[in-house]
Design a protein around this ligand. Structure first.
Ligand SMILES: Nc1ncnc2c1ncn2[C@@H]1O[C@H](COP(=O)(O)OP(=O)(O)OP(=O)(O)O)[C@@H](O)[C@H]1O
Length: 365
């Protein structure tokens, strides 16, 4: 966040104008492009983010999500295309002229100031009167559950607490849109998971639109109302976590969000009965040592040999080489004695899944 943030539109706008803007998406991107010399970082992005949404931009490193975030913030100007915030074209405006704040991974707190002074700083720059400043900073600290830490220096806080101070410092400005650039990236896994839940709760409480950049699919699935999956500077799919996970629109999405099996070529023709490339999630497949049980209506089945069994505590992962060709991974909950699962190594088995769990992600050859 820039400590030099201008007063928010919430303060500047006449009430009528603000009401009109409430009907608009919080963020609207149209044909957004950004080239850095010969590199096209963002290649024609169209996106509407609703007010109050927790929206994640998910994708591998270099897919363009941070550049999109930086164009929303105003740290980069688009090569072409537009950025609108609540219906207002801000494409060429400076960051401080936009009603957004950004929380970065390296939270950059002032080390010599205590927590309260860090949170108050932006309001001080805007010359908000002292009593009001204090009240708003304490409210922001309460929101991130750090009111008891107001007097501490950043060096006396844990990584998660520091990240929450950074969040409070952004929330105190009451922006319409909060941009978060991998804010949990520096935290260890346990803390990160705890912060994911907390961040989502905070977002619900404050009702501000959150636009969250991450390359971590679990994080995106856990927190988001909707996710945009980025690949090569473009969006492959936008949808709820359930839609993106259960119905990936492409082989890329199927592979990037969760793990997925892909069946193609003659194996797909023989098992599914149609040409194309099909995705099947490993946890949707049942594994049965009894080869004779007939498939039920609405089910697809295939036989094969187990080539490996990986015991992973809560789950067991089987690799199965199909008689029809191709390989499928199967993940089952570890329900029975571990020895039962391990005994399947090398066995012939039958795999069964509901028809709707194998779906076409590409035409295939
Ligand atoms: N300032 C810049 N100058 C030149 N190339 C850039 C610049 N910023 C980004 N790029 C390039 O643009 C592409 C997209 O980068 P971007 O940082 O948006 O990806 P990302 O998906 O956010 O990746 P990461 O998760 O690693 O941050 C990459 O190829 C990157 O090297």
């Amino acid at each position: 966040m820039s400590p030099n943030q201008a007063p928010s539109l919430a303060v500047q706008d006449p009430a009528g104008e603000r009401a009109g803007r409430d009907a608009e998406p919080a963020v609207r991107l149209r044909a957004l492009r950004k080239a850095f010399g010969p590199v096209t970082a963002v290649d024609g992005v169209d996106l509407d983010i609703a007010q109050g949404e927790f929206f994640s931009m998910l994708g591998p490193s270099g897919s363009g999500k941070t550049t999109v975030l930086r164009m929303i913030a105003g740290f980069e100007l688009p090569t072409s295309g537009t950025v609108e915030l609540a219906g207002r074209d801000v494409s060429t405006l400076a960051p401080f002229q936009r009603d957004v704040n950004t929380v970065f991974q390296d939270y950059a707190l002032f080390p010599h100031m205590n927590v309260l002074a860090n949170v108050e700083y932006g309001l001080r720059v805007k010359r908000v009167p002292r009593a009001q400043r204090r009240e708003r900073a304490l409210e922001a600290l309460r929101t991130v559950r750090l009111e008891d830490f107001a007097g501490r220096k950043p060096s006396q806080l844990s990584g998660g607490q520091r990240q929450r101070v950074a969040l409070a410092r952004a929330l105190v400005n009451r922006p319409r849109v909060l941009l978060l650039d991998e804010p949990l990236g520096a935290l260890d896994l346990k803390l990160r998971q705890a912060m994911q839940v907390e961040l989502k709760q905070i977002q619900r409480e404050v009702g501000i639109t959150f636009v969250f950049v991450t390359h971590d699919q679990d994080e995106a699935l856990t927190m988001s109302d909707r996710i945009a999956v980025f690949n090569n500077g473009a969006i492959e799919q936008v949808g709820s976590p359930v839609e993106v996970y259960e119905r990936p629109a492409s082989a890329f999405v199927a592979g990037f969000v969760g793990t997925s099996n892909l069946l193609s070529g003659p194996a797909a023709e023989q098992v599914i009965g149609r040409r194309g490339i099909y995705s099947i999630r490993p946890e949707k497949i049942r594994i049965d040592a009894d080869l004779a049980v007939p498939a039920q209506a609405g089910e697809t089945s295939a036989t094969g040999a187990v080539t490996s069994v990986v015991y992973a505590g809560a789950t067991v992962r089987y690799e199965v080489s199909l008689d029809a060709g191709g390989q499928l991974s199967v993940v089952r909950p570890n329900e029975g004695p571990a020895a039962d699962a391990l005994r399947l190594d090398g066995s012939r088995v039958r795999l069964v899944w509901r028809d709707e769990h194998s779906f076409r992600v590409a035409a295939g050859s």
